[in-house]
Design a binder for this molecule. Sequence first.
Ligand code: SPV
Ligand code: MG
Length: 540
Amino acid sequence: MPVRDGQVATTRFAALRHEITKPTLSFLMEAHDGISAKIVEEAGFRGIWASGLTISASLGLRDSNEASWTQVLDVLEYMADASTLPILVDGDTGHGNFNNVRRFVRKLCERGIAGVCIEDKLFPKTNSFLGEAQPLADIDEFCGRIKAGKDSQTDPDFTLVARVEALISGRGMDEAITRAEAYHRAGADAILIHSKKASADEIFRFAEIWANRAPLIIVPTMYYATPTDLFRQAGISTIIWANHLLRSSITAMRQTAAAIQEDESLMRVEGSVATVKDIFQLVGNAELEEAERRYLPAPPAVGAVVLAAGGELGGLPADQPKCMVDIRGQSLLKRLTGTLRECGVQDVTVVRGYRKEAVALPGVAMVDNDRFAETGEAWSLACARNAIRGETVVAYGDVLFRRYILDSLLTSSADVVVAVDAVASVQPWAGKRDLVMADRRYSGDYLDDEPAMLRRMNQYIPASEVAGEWMGLARFSARGTAWLQEEIAALEAEGLLEQADMPLLLTRLAARHPVRVKYFTGHWLDVDTMTDLAEARNVT
Ligand code: SPV
Ligand code: MG
């Protein structure tokens, strides 16, 4: 339950009542839909003003009861769902006579709307800042609306605010006070005294005469320049900032629309608008992901085998195995398994060999290739045979890559797919071992999604034929994994398993089965030298 000023408000009704009745000044911030309600809460406000003007305007309507009261109720439901704050709704005139107020209040209570403000005008209302001398309701009739509203609330803490329009309608201070007194006697929990003057003088005069007989609420839209401390000193209970989120969004939307229309491009606006990620965060996508894990059947687990038996990184002190080098506070292996896990690959098996006692990571299974000095990668992979089942990722233990690269392999429909850096085909490739020849080279398009198939992988591909460099990352579907097991068995039967490397294994696989090449352009590296290590420390 929210703790407010040391007190525990057990409901939103109680929370609003507390805001309005507590001795210090409170603030309600305007919202008009679910997302603006969230933004009010995010900003730290303790209550929301659901403005009639801005809810109407956000629907493209005038503040003249063009939206029906049930349509307003629907908007309120979104707002209440989107935020935990109490909402005081602008109930206009109550949408009719006492009978309409009764039904409105009951429905508000049902939907957890903490309070309503009704104004002493006639249905259909007109915004207070339009025209002069708008007709006011008969005092007794309006008192009937107040009583009916109070008699209909189903929560004892529901707040009914009576709004006095006498000053705006030019009826003078005496009538304003008379009306406020009558409304208070009729049961209103607070009085909203409204003014459209640029100076707050009449508000201060009213507050002085009123002398806090009931909490006093104000809306300084027109007398915005008055320092807030003066309202504090005048004993005002609550200030409503009545329309500023809608107004600021109109300004922002106009600027963005004009820039895009003019430029026929998003470049100018991209840096200044909220990110899509921000939207996901605001509407709580993280909660949905967690709920999916709780309620959806778990997808078949994806495993990974990381080949980390190989030797030390030249130049590193203390014979450190390559996968354990420190990249800004985390071992390379920890970063690699972290990326795997972020992509949903939980069961990670590491094949270690060189300085195996130094290779350890909690929650990661270790398999040893004790013959690492005289065997190759295929042998290491075969050491982890038992972990190669179902969908499996195979990765070198010295690579780092951006998460989207693995995400894209995991969502591929191919049974075997290898990540290939196409930029490597235009870079100096001499000395690189895992060069790729494919049936189609990278098109150069940002989104190259056309399938390409692996033909060969080794260090002898002629420069003119190189399609790129394998990043040391491959994904096998359950079927692809079975092919991989068959190929390991075939190498073994032919006496080649001890010396085979991954390029040979993948080339043989590609001769029998489709092996898809997925092109990327950078965003990965393998750590072979101290220079690579320095680069890894920079980019990760
Ligand atoms: C609203 O926000 O809809 C109000 C305040 O009623 S005002 O527009 O000032 O009348
Ligand atoms: Mg209004």
